[in-house]
Design a protein around this ligand. Structure first.
Ligand code: GLU
Length: 296
């Protein structure tokens, strides 16, 4: 299959040097492989997405010498596909409605161990499973499109994994590096999931989907063979692989890269306008200057 990768920015602020690095690296790798480079606008959070930021993404990428090989996909145009996939997960008893708010989760987590540091995973606090009993209770009720749903990650991994060390595991290939230098074949064990990931939110009330569900469905829909993205998303990859298996989708190869950091070692944030590509452009920087700054 042709090497196919993508750059998937959210139009919620200016692209900065970190985005430039990610986009240039993915574009360079696609071109070196005679492959395909695609663009996806991840705008499911309509409360934060702005058309003006999307326009600026196109301008900045063109200025960076990046060309994409098909019309960009906009996630806000894909909502029906997301809700169809949620229906499948619901039919498979893999998601359940949940009404817990952050305070409920905090108090459930701290009850047995007052004052202890609360466990966190790729999506923040690890959900203690308060609503999990609702998973099978709702069999006969249709899915409520307005409710928050959680994904029974450990059970899904157990159901769709293969035997490994008295457990069930899923795995993916990492050709880059996770934040702790993880590389090669990465194994995700179903027994560890309740402590490391928990039942994450798969459909948010305000969006009817989540980053995890949309990214997995769109990578499959766009036939992505290689996902190239920042190491901050390495831990979320376990969730993506479990979802892929649960929905019968292929798992691409993952290549996580180091994050561009500011002078004090902090990763760049959207609000870090000082490192916005548009600012470098306005100051007369060249593409070579940007490549040099990000180490390409
Ligand atoms: N939309 C995500 C971001 O802007 C990237 C998601 C991905 O590459 O998987 O950070």
């Amino acid at each position: 299959m042709t090497f196919t990768t993508r750059f998937a920015p959210s139009p919620t602020g200016p692209l900065h040097l970190g985005h430039a690095y990610s986009a240039l690296l993915a574009h360079d790798m696609a071109r070196a492989e005679n492959g395909t480079f695609l663009l996806r606008i991840e705008d499911i959070d309509q409360s934060r997405a702005r058309a003006a930021w999307e326009t600026q993404i196109y301008d900045d990428l063109k200025w960076l010498g990046i060309s994409w090989d098909a019309a960009p996909v906009r996630q806000s145009d894909q909502m029906i596909r997301y809700s169809t996939a949620l229906e499948t997960l619901y039919d498979r008893d893999l998601i359940y409605p949940c009404s817990c708010n952050r305070r409920d989760i905090q108090s459930a987590l701290s009850a047995p161990q007052e004052g202890a540091v609360l466990p966190t995973g790729p999506d923040g606090l690890i959900y203690p499973g308060t609503c999990a009993p609702k998973r099978f209770a709702n069999h006969t009720t249709p899915r409520d499109p307005a409710a928050v749903y959680r994904f029974a990650t450990a059970d899904a991994a157990h159901r769709f994994g293969t035997p490994c060390n008295d457990d069930m595991c899923l795995s993916f290939t990492e050709t880059g590096h996770g934040p702790n230098d993880q590389t090669g074949t990465i194994s995700v064990s179903s027994r560890a999931i309740p402590q490391t990931i928990g039942d994450i939110v798969i459909a948010r009330r305000d969006m009817g989907t989540s980053y995890h569900l949309s990214v997995v469905l769109d990578d499959a829909d766009q036939d992505i063979t290689h996902v190239i993205r920042g190491a901050d998303l390495f831990d979320a990859t376990a969730i993506h692989v479990i979802l892929q298996k649960s929905l019968g989708l292929p798992t691409p190869i993952y290549h996580h890269h180091a994050l561009v950091r500011d002078d004090s070692g902090k990763r760049l944030a959207k609000r870090d306008d000082a490192r916005a590509i548009s600012k470098y452009r306005a100051e007369g920087a060249t593409l070579d200057d940007i490549r040099h700054l990000v180490g390409l």
